[in-house]
Structures are given as structure tokens and as C-alpha cells.
Design a protein around this ligand. Structure first.
Ligand SMILES: *Cc1c(COP(=O)(O)O)cnc(C)c1O
Length: 387
């Protein structure tokens, strides 16, 4: 019996060759691979613009800035996410709050959002931006969130870090509904550039803001200069940006990986269906499927159903790790992190996210997994739950 990781990057000889070819080329960064990767990603996601960045956290940060988030702004996100979904707003000096999850989808609850907006409207403290998260790769209820955005006047940044390859209402995630969608290419994610991210949008002005913000707020475009240039060397800094650029090595890897996205997505889907089938009899709550969306299956997260077993999550987790199964837990609700409790959040503030966290385990799922490995996980889980 071998150890099985919860996730594992999928690197082929073609991936390696495309990085090596870039290493031998003229540009290691700020070269042609970036634009090629951006346009391939935009095509695949049926969206006009894609802006590659150094990581998704950087993408979330500049997406907030592009929407004018700053001191005095309010940003709401899901507590069932990675820290970056909330930290990005704090970087801008904004105030963060959370909207509890729907326990069936584990994504931000539209009902909870609608209630909280109504309350905020009465108190005059509506958010400027809401950041829903496609947890595990299952697209959130973006059509309903868009209706609320139009009604209450907030903008939407979709944290689609888990959702490369997912679709919602028959279109790829990242194309419609949100003002911007942010994807991650961290090594454990669906497509990887080791570290990296991309922001998609249909809005040319936002795309240009993102391009400026990722590289020092600096332009060389003669049409954009505010002062008549002294010479062809002139560049102008027009706002306070950062160095959040992706390298050409990363973009070359991303482009090569992206070619295999349909095939990698198909195998994730097949492994997820097989888990659905083989785990149905165990005392677990399995991930939800919905007819109007296709998950990217970045994670396969199950909940230990306390009504049908007396085994705790901690018991099951320890037993699985003991049997060489690389399980994980996603996520500790952001608001109970010490940094956030110091800001005034408390346990009990978002009970659905906390209850989910108390019962959740992410099982191994990655394209190159074998049937034998998956069977090993299923058998181990059955044993862990039965004694
Ligand atoms: C991975 C992840 C991020 C951050 O991505 P990086 O590319 O590592 O910065 C943000 N949000 C979610 C939901 C993630 O899973």
C-alpha cells in the first residue's frame, strides 16, 4: 500500500519542453508567452479579457483596487474559503465581513446574502464589493447574486480559484455574471504554473486597470500619456501599482497545461462520479450536483454525518492518514482565525460554515489517480467509519 496524496500536479514532457523552450528564448519575463497564455485562457473561457498575474491573491488584490475598494469600503465574502478571499480587501484598507454558506452547496448562501443586504440597507452600510467563492469548483449562484448586485449596487469579484474548467448555465465560469473572476494556478490547483493566477473580465476598462496595477501603474502607450513625451523612452506612472507579473516560464507552462484542461476535467469528473457511486452507502454527506452547473472538482469534500456514525471527523481523519491516505480539511472558516477574531469576529458568527468545517474531509482527487488508488481510499474510509 502506497501513500496517496490529496492532490498532485500533472506535468507531462510537453509541459517540460515548453518551459525549456522559453528558457532558451529571448524572454524570461514580459515576453510573448504572457499574451499567448492570456488569449488562450480567454478563448477557452469565452471571455474578452484575461490578465495574468503572479498568483490569485495578487489578482484578488488588484481586482479590488480596480473597483475602487479602499479605506471606508465594505467587502463581503464567504467564510468557507482560503484566507486570500478576505485578505485582499484588507490590503486595500477596506472592512471585511462574511456571508454564511448554504450547507448543501457549501458556497455563499443567496438567502443569507439577501437578508444581510436588506439589513445593511436599513443601516446604511451596504457593501461595495461581494466576493463569492466557487468552493471545490462548484460555481456559486451567480445569476441570483447578479440580480442582488443590480438591486443593491455592489460589484462582484468571483473567486474562481477552484473553478478552472467549470461551467454555469452552459457557459464557462469567468465569462458572465461577475465583474471579474480570479483563477489560481498554484501547484495543487487544476491547471498549474507553480505559482500564478489570472483575472478575466468582459470590461475593457477594468482589464486595462488590471494591466496597469500588475506592473507599477506604468504605461508606455503614447495614446495614454498625460504629458507630451520628451522622447520615445518615456514611461509614465499613473497610479500606484505593484510587481504582480507572471513570468514567461510560467505562462509557457500554463499554455501547455491548458491544452489538457478538457481531458483533465473529464478525468476529475469521472473520479468524482465514481466516489459518488461507491460512497453512497457510507454515513457521509457527499458533494452536491446541480443540473445547471458542472463542477471543476478541484476538491472532493465529504462530511461525516454525525447522525449516522459516532466516529468524529478527527477520528476518521487520523485513521485515514494512518492508512496512508492524504486527506485534508478545507476550510477552517476565515472568521475564526486569530487575526480575524482580533478584528471582532467570533465563533458562532457563521454557524453553517462552522458546522461544515467541523465535519469536513477532502479526499484524494487528481487526474492521474488510478482505480486501485481510489479503491484504496474507499476501503480505508469504510474501515475508518466502522470502528
Ligand atoms: C488557492 C486559493 C487562493 C489563492 O491562490 P494563490 O494563487 O495561491 O494566491 C485564493 N482563493 C482560493 C479559494 C484558493 O483556493
Amino acid at each position: 500500500m502506497s501513500n496517496i496524496p490529496y492532490s498532485c500536479q500533472n506535468i507531462t514532457d510537453d509541459d517540460i519542453e515548453s518551459v525549456v523552450a522559453t528558457l532558451r528564448s529571448e524572454y524570461l519575463t514580459q515576453g510573448p508567452s504572457i499574451a499567448a497564455f492570456e488569449s488562450a485562457f480567454a478563448d477557452r473561457h469565452q471571455v474578452k479579457f484575461a490578465v495574468a498575474v503572479s498568483n490569485a491573491t495578487a489578482g484578488l488584490h488588484i481586482a479590488c483596487l480596480a473597483l475602487g475598494v479602499g479605506k471606508g469600503s465594505r467587502v463581503w465574502t464567504s467564510p468557507n474559503s482560503f484566507l486570500a478571499s478576505a485578505n485582499c480587501a484588507l490590503y486595500c484598507g477596506a472592512t471585511v465581513d462574511f456571508v454564511d454558506i448554504d450547507p448543501t452547496t457549501r458556497n455563499m448562501s443567496v438567502q443569507a446574502l439577501a437578508r444581510k443586504l436588506e439589513e445593511a440597507k436599513r443601516q446604511g452600510c451596504l457593501p461595495q464589493v461581494v466576493i463569492p467563492v466557487d468552493f471545490s469548483g462548484l460555481p456559486c449562484d451567480l445569476r441570483e447574486i447578479r440580480m442582488l448586485a443590480d438591486r443593491y449596487g455592489f460589484r462582484i469579484i468571483e473567486d474562481a480559484s477552484h473553478a478552472t474548467g467549470a461551467s454555469y448555465l452552459d457557459k464557462p465560469v469567468g465569462s458572465d455574471w461577475a465583474d471579474m473572476s480570479v483563477f489560481s494556478f498554484h501547484a495543487v490547483k487544476i491547471v498549474t504554473t507553480a505559482e500564478g493566477g489570472i483575472v478575466t473580465t468582459q470590461d475593457a476598462k477594468l482589464a486595462r486597470q488590471l494591466q496597469l496595477l500588475r506592473s507599477h501603474g506604468m504605461t508606455r502607450d503614447p495614446g495614454e500619456l498625460t504629458v507630451a513625451p520628451e522622447g520615445p523612452w518615456v514611461y509614465e506612472q499613473q497610479l500606484l501599482g505593484f510587481n504582480y507579473r507572471m513570468t514567461d516560464l510560467q505562462a509557457a507552462l500554463g499554455q501547455s497545461q491548458l491544452k489538457r484542461l478538457p481531458e483533465m476535467h473529464r478525468s476529475r469528473l469521472a473520479w468524482a462520479r465514481r466516489y459518488d457511486d461507491k460512497l453512497a452507502q457510507l454515513p457521509l454527506v457527499l458533494p452536491m450536483s446541480l443540473p445547471d452547473r458542472v463542477s471543476a472538482h478541484h476538491l472532493y469534500a465529504v462530511e461525516i454525518d454525525g447522525e449516522r456514525t459516532d466516529r468524529s471527523r478527527a477520528d476518521v481523519f487520523a485513521a485515514l492518514r494512518g492508512m496512508g491516505i492524504g486527506v485534508n480539511v478545507h476550510y477552517i472558516p476565515i472568521h475564526i482565525q486569530p487575526y480575524y477574531t482580533a478584528l471582532g469576529f467570533r465563533r458562532g458568527d457563521f454557524p453553517a460554515a462552522e458546522r461544515y468545517y467541523g465535519r469536513a474531509i477532502s479526499l484524494p482527487l487528481f487526474p492521474a489517480m488510478t482505480e486501485a488508488q481510489q479503491d484504496q481510499v474507499i476501503t480505508a474510509l469504510g474501515q475508518a467509519l466502522s470502528h
